[in-house]
Design a protein around this ligand. Structure first.
Ligand code: UDP
Ligand code: MG
Length: 310
């Protein structure tokens, strides 16, 4: 029998662990696939780990990994993918927003030979207008950068063992899971799902965290901002030539006086473009520095569940 590993990143989800384990078990028992539920506790300070321990004690198909601190959802997903033993992996949130009822459909498509089954949001759930607008801009950018339609994309997806192994072999640390699994290719298809309401607790994403997430992911996927610097430089050169000619003509005609405002404006303009450009370049250098340090993506403090047999 084939096995599916369900990977559930959890950060402060004490109220959701047991219900997630329960509803997933119920759904998966009804399929003809064996399963393991792999909770990754991403440095929760509440009772999340205790709940995972309870679930694992009650059912040996529940495994747990506890990070030594919060390393972020991206790291938690990759830790799960590295530890998973199934013939395919499903990554999903454990807060009830990714409905377990979609799993049988995903597994059916996988058995038909698809290697990646992406969950696509049917609706975006309850969100503020500002959040929706910001998400819209972010997804337009990232869609262009990755050359795939990312609107409605989520981390909810099924990956075949082949894809998981390929992902695990990628050397980079800062990765954007959603876009990366698209970049890898393979035979892909999608299923749509309605975004549910959180069963308990609240989302840990602050606006600041979301902005950081967006910037990091754009930078990890595209070097376009660096090319913008070049384009700005060329535009400035053009302006410089025009003003240069004007200045020379005025000088030769003997009317080179005044022009103080122009000088100030040009100084300010060039100064700010230079600073912004340096900032963008600096940002990428910082990313290179981070990558080159080669630190692990996460540190595991504790593991739960049956040892690997074979
Ligand atoms: N999560 C995580 N580490 C974090 C933040 C979130 O593992 O630093 C998990 C969280 O427990 C949940 C999933 O990622 O299972 C999605 O998080 P959340 O519901 O807060 O985000 P949203 O649904 O608003 O995208
Ligand atoms: Mg959520």
């Amino acid at each position: 029998m084939k096995t599916v590993s369900v990977i559930l990143p959890a950060c402060e989800e004490e109220g959701n662990i047991l219900s997630a384990a329960e509803s997933l078990s119920a759904v998966l028992k009804a399929t003809d696939t064996d399963y393991e539920l792999l909770f990754v506790d991403d440095g929760s300070r509440d009772k999340t780990w205790e709940r995972i321990r309870e679930a694992s004690a009650a059912d040996r198909r529940v495994r747990g990994i506890r990070f030594s601190r919060n390393f972020g959802k991206e790291a938690a997903m990759f830790a799960g993918l590295e530890a998973a033993r199934g013939d395919c992996c499903v990554v999903m949130d454990c807060d009830g927003q990714h409905p377990a009822s979609v799993l049988p459909e995903m597994l059916r498509l996988w058995e038909q030979g698809y290697e990646v089954v992406e969950g696509v949001k049917e609706t975006r759930g309850a969100e503020s207008a500002a959040h929706r607008a910001a998400a819209g801009i972010f997804y337009r950018w990232i869609s262009r950068a990755t050359g795939q339609d990312m609107a409605g994309a989520s981390d909810f997806r099924l990956l075949d063992r082949k894809v998981v192994d390929a992902l695990n072999r990628l050397p980079e640390r800062n990765v954007f899971f959603r876009a990366l699994s698209g970049w890898m290719g393979f035979r892909r298809t999608t299923v749509t799902y309605p975004v549910g309401e959180r069963t308990s607790g609240s989302s840990k994403w602050s606006t600041r965290a979301l902005i950081r997430y967006a910037v990091t992911n754009i930078a990890s996927f595209t070097s376009a901002p660096l090319h913008i610097v070049t384009v700005l430089g060329l535009l400035m050169l053009l302006v410089a030539v025009v003003f240069g000619v004007i200045a020379l003509v005025q000088k030769l005609a003997g009317v080179a006086l005044g022009g103080f405002t122009t000088v100030i404006l040009l100084l300010l303009f060039i100064g700010s473009i230079l600073m912004v450009s340096l900032g963008i370049i600096g940002y990428y250098i910082a990313r290179i520095y981070e990558e080159i340090k080669g630190r692990p993506r996460y540190i595991v403090a504790e593991e739960l569940g049956p040892e690997k047999t074979e």
